[in-house]
Ligand binder design. Structure first.
Ligand code: SF4
Length: 105
């Protein structure tokens, strides 16, 4: 039996991107594996998912998409990152933007 794509599993509330904008999902390494690997229960390892992401040709697109997620941003491995890692990336970007604004003010 063929595994479902992550797009089919996505819960409501994900950003409404056009089909063309989400085309990269069709090229993800996770397309061919059980999506449950990418949504481990709290406290369970996500190492297997991260290994699959490591060689994914659309890793950066996936990470940027996941960084847009609001409300669901702590769930699952996207672009090789955990929810905690994405929160850190988001915080670092905000700090960088704030610093740049202060420098230009
Ligand atoms: S980076 Fe990981 S989660 Fe994202 S599309 Fe690739 S394999 Fe799937």
């Amino acid at each position: 039996m063929m595994a479902q794509s992550r797009l089919q599993l996505s819960p409501k509330g994900f950003p409404m991107n056009s089909f063309e904008e989400l085309e990269w999902m069709e090229r993800g390494n996770c397309k061919k594996v059980n999506p449950e690997i990418f949504f481990p229960e709290a406290g369970h390892p996500n190492k297997h998912a991260k290994m699959i992401c490591a060689t994914c040709p659309v890793k950066s697109e996936c990470l940027e998409y996941a960084l847009q997620l609001v409300g669901w941003d702590v769930i699952g491995v996207w672009g090789g990152t955990s929810g905690k890692e994405r929160r850190n990336i988001r915080r670092q970007r905000l700090e960088q933007e704030s610093l740049e604004m202060k420098e230009t003010a």
